[in-house]
Design a binder for this molecule. Structure first.
Ligand code: FAD
Length: 466
């Protein structure tokens, strides 16, 4: 047998959970090793948030160029060289993953490019093609993330894509069917639609982007329909038939059986936590929920007290910033600090067009909790900056508690909603009232004024709407 090397903290997985945990723990004086069997930055930087946003940005500019006349501009011979678009995407990804690697090194985190398997609850084997060292750790943070759910009738391969392959197509497909109208399916489907792909979205529920307030998803649906995207809600896809050049999907809707044929089928029906397989969590007997997520306490501690778990493998929304937040709490808990998670305020953003962003409660959620709330809705059309950006279609809603004035939630659908939601997260975190927001001077002309205007509307004295 080989002897174990000693380490304070072993971090498994280098996504936005793992790499942040490793850096924070190193800052707090821990001797840390981080291992990843794929690439630094995890799903988020390599096949998730970052490459999708790069492609969405390129698609947005392409669309804007096609409508150059809106601004009195002439853009002639506008076209797409998708190979070059992919090069741009890859350069963005490389810049960001290179940054993570640099930060880990600068914080003196040891890095191991390879897989991890637990030997027992105090030791693990790290291995790749060249070496297989064994480590004895004082603490461990598991941050192994998730992978696309694969449905039996739609096995990935050939013409059937997961989000990962959909981010790396060499050409713009002529047509694409998307099963699953959640935010990932909508982001990718809408992106390809802007590049000229004929897109059909099959959604089982009665709405796309069901995670968001209905007014928001309706706005996105309207924009998609205007762009000639077919949205079929209440659709149950049952099978797919591939040839070497296309794929035909059979689905049922309203009691009828229908088919649709396209170059590719993209399946985005959710993500499965990486808690199975070689890692050996079963052998350790770590407590899991029935959905295969790891049970943790408010410091992200598993049922084995010196083993922590964060990110997509624990309950809660599968979002990068939630993983990073838990990462800091876990690292600080390990260093003996009294940090605890507080999930009151996790923003959720869809980079659809228009963008949708939400934090805290929707009106419906607040009322379901028996809260006495008021919802105030202000249109982007009443904001100068939004109109100069060609973004008059959109709205902001602020939900506040009538008795206390406390802001308990906000939803924004419109241009730059993703950036605007941060102010509302801070408002909720700081216990701001609706009056605090109304009394805050926001620069003109900016989208931030929408926030102020919505608050003034809530106070009953709106200037820029009736
Ligand atoms: P991951 O990022 O999944 O990283 C886990 C890492 O662990 C991987 O690199 C994996 O190789 C490694 N690993 C697994 N098992 C082992 C093992 N046994 N040994 C060694 N290494 C191992 N979220 C947002 O907040 N905003 C967005 O805009 C957004 N867009 C997305 C778009 C797409 C197309 C997808 C797929 C996801 C998107 N997400 C987005 C979700 C986001 O990517 C995840 O929530 C986030 O990456 C989770 O972070 P994590 O650290 O838990 O795990």
């Amino acid at each position: 047998g080989d002897a174990s090397l000693d380490i304070d903290l072993l971090v498994i997985g280098a996504g936005p959970g793992g790499y942040v945990a490793a850096i924070r723990a190193a800052q707090l004086g821990q001797k840390v090793i981080i291992a990843d069997k794929a690439k630094w930055g995890g799903v988020c930087l390599n096949v998730g948030c970052i490459p999708s946003k790069a492609l969405i940005n390129a698609a947005h500019h392409y669309e804007a160029m096609q409508h150059a006349e809106t601004y009195g501009l002439k853009a002639e011979k506008v076209g797409v060289d998708f190979g070059k678009v992919q090069e741009y995407k890859t350069s963005v990804v490389n810049k960001m993953t290179g940054g993570v690697e640099m930060l880990l090194k600068a914080n003196k985190v040891q890095m191991f490019a390879g897989e991890v398997m637990f030997i027992n609850e105090n030791e693990a084997r790290l291995f790749n093609d060249q070496e297989a060292p064994r480590y004895r750790f004082k603490n461990c943070i598991i941050a192994t993330g998730s992978r696309p759910i694969e449905l039996k009738p739609f096995p990935y391969g050939g013409r059937i894509l997961s989000s990962t392959e959909a981010l790396s197509l060499p050409d713009v497909p002529k047509s694409l069917v998307v099963i699953g109208g959640g935010y990932i399916g909508i982001e990718l489907g809408q992106m390809y639609s802007k590049f000229g792909t004929k897109v059909t979205i099959l959604e089982g529920l009665d709405t796309i982007m069901a995670g968001f307030d209905k007014d928001m998803s309706q706005l996105v649906a309207k924009k998609l329909k205007k762009a000639n995207v077919d949205i079929v809600t209440g659709a149950k896809a049952s099978s797919a038939e591939q040839t070497d050049k296309d794929v035909t999907v059979t689905y049922e809707v309203g009691g009828e059986t229908k088919t649709v044929t396209a170059d590719y089928l993209l399946v985005t029906v959710g993500r499965r936590p990486n808690t199975d397989g070689e890692l050996g969590l079963d052998m350790l007997g770590i407590k899991m929920t029935d959905r295969g997520l790891i049970e943790v306490d408010d410091q992200c501690r598993t049922s084995i007290p010196h083993i922590f778990a964060i990110g997509d493998i624990v309950p809660g929304p599968a979002l990068a910033h939630k993983a990073s937040y838990e990462a800091k709490v876990a690292a600080e808990a390990i260093a003996g600090l009294p940090s605890k998670v507080d999930y009151k305020c996790i923003p959720a953003v869809a980079f659809s067009d228009p963008e949708c962003a939400s934090v805290g409660y929707t009106e419906k959620e607040a009322k379901e909790r028996g809260m006495n709330v008021k919802s105030s809705k202000f249109p982007f059309g009443g904001n100068g900056r939004a109109v100069t950006l060609g973004g008059a279609d959109g709205f902001m809603k602020i939900i506040h508690e009538v008795d206390t004035g406390l802001v308990v939630g906000a939803q924004i659908a419109g241009v730059e909603a993703s950036n605007m939601i941060a102010e509302m997260g801070l408002a909720i975190e700081m216990g701001a009232t609706i009056e605090d927001i109304a009394l805050t001077i926001h620069a003109h002309p900016t989208l931030g004024e929408i926030t102020m205007d919505t608050a003034e509307l809530a106070m009953g004295h709106p200037i820029h709407t009736l």
